[in-house]
Design a protein. Structure first.
Length: 135
């Protein structure tokens, strides 16, 4: 026995909730991207032909070096290398295997980078990567 339902001409899809949802998602991602951009010290990252994007930078301690050779951990400026070593030690107390991401401006003196690498090595943090852009 076949039952045939009458065709409904008034059946429509209300697009207003879907449009509202799309706008909410758009606003969320715009705000989230601005928040992540504010957490970094502004530096001009150098370019390299052989740059490789690391697979996972999550959980890395971020060191930034600006054009004036000032060192930052997150947004906090370090007065000297000894203060940097103390911060690395604090990070090691939380996580034995400290991994560090170094974001150095392309105008930074090599001596500053060398001092940072030595300080990290002295504290036992040997997993270092430098941020670069691919040419």
């Amino acid at each position: 026995m076949k039952l045939k339902l009458p065709a409904r001409e008034d059946a429509t899809v209300d697009m207003a909730p879907m449009i509202d949802l799309v706008f909410l998602l758009l606003i969320f991602f715009m705000v989230a991207s601005v928040v992540t951009e504010l957490e970094k010290v502004e530096v001009e990252i150098p370019e390299s032909k052989f740059a490789k994007v690391p697979e996972n930078i999550a959980g890395r301690m971020m060191l930034s070096i600006d054009a004036d050779n000032k060192i930052y951990v997150g947004l906090e400026e370090m007065k000297d290398i000894d203060q940097l070593k103390e911060r690395i030690k604090e990070e090691q107390d939380l996580n034995d295997e400290v991994r560090i991401l170094i974001r150095a401006d392309h105008r930074v003196q090599y001596k500053t980078c060398k001092d940072i690498m030595i300080a990290c090595g002295d504290m036992g943090a040997t997993d270092l990567i430098y941020a670069t852009f691919e040419e």
